[in-house]
Design a protein around this ligand. Sequence first.
Ligand SMILES: NC(=O)c1ccc[n+]([C@@H]2O[C@H](COP(=O)([O-])OP(=O)(O)OC[C@H]3O[C@@H](n4cnc5c(N)ncnc54)[C@H](O)[C@@H]3O)[C@@H](O)[C@H]2O)c1
Length: 255
Amino acid sequence: MQLSELKVIVTGGGSGMGKHFCERFCAEGASVVAFDVDAAGLEKLVNDCGSCTGQLHTQVVDVTDEAQVVDAVKLAGQTLGGLNALINNAGIFRDGMLVKVDKKTGDVQRMSLEKWQSVIDVDLTGPFLMAREVAAYMIENKTAPGVIVNMSSVSRAGNPGQSNYSAAKAGLVADTKLWAEELARYQIRVGAIAPGFVRTPILDGMRPEVLERMLTGVPLRRLGEPEEIFRGIRFIVECDYFTGRCIDIDGGVRM
Ligand SMILES: NC(=O)c1ccc[n+]([C@@H]2O[C@H](COP(=O)([O-])OP(=O)(O)OC[C@H]3O[C@@H](n4cnc5c(N)ncnc54)[C@H](O)[C@@H]3O)[C@@H](O)[C@H]2O)c1
């Protein structure tokens, strides 16, 4: 598939990598609908994407809300006159230890169910709902060949302090493999990308010394750029023999 022929939904398009992906797809002549809960972020995307050659539309959508996702995917299909791609990019993290002893009181603190569930909802249930609806749309409307790209993370290997995030990102790679097998008969390919530390607003609030310490674990000793992750997406879209696998783009870091 060529980037210019994509009719693509990008979730989490209002910030960071998702915003970059929308801008790059549009620059390549693709037709894009960005989904995000952040209306101001979507507005900024539209303002920043002035000179794009493709189409850009936005919809405020919470990917954890089944009814919203069902309606929003249909509307995106109507807006673009079809759909043949999905970038499952929206994600959050809310880190914490499973249990932790308070040094002063000796109390054993526990990761709350709410903290666990909020990350599972956005990072695993959201991509499930989106992939289900976009795949169903492609089959019902005969718009395949199509492609789905899931944004996992190097944390999928199991990163201490991220029970919720690691579980969601590992689950997404398992689903990438099985969705690829289930959907191949409908000419829909599914791939995943597992980035390491990438320069996005998530890192803005981080103290320079903390960032420096984090980078000592990265063999290439620097952050990745959103454009370097986009190159992975481009490869997955353009290589028609790629499906069911996850590409690590992480400067060599291991967890
Ligand atoms: N930045 C990194 O270092 C890094 C590393 C590995 C993986 N990732 C993954 O890449 C993806 C993008 O990360 P980023 O750094 O660009 O993050 P970001 O915070 O800049 O952007 C995420 C976007 O998702 C949106 N979002 C959150 N919850 C949503 C919901 N329920 N429905 C719709 N949209 C929602 C946010 O509003 C935001 O605009 C995420 O899945 C993240 O887990 C990021």
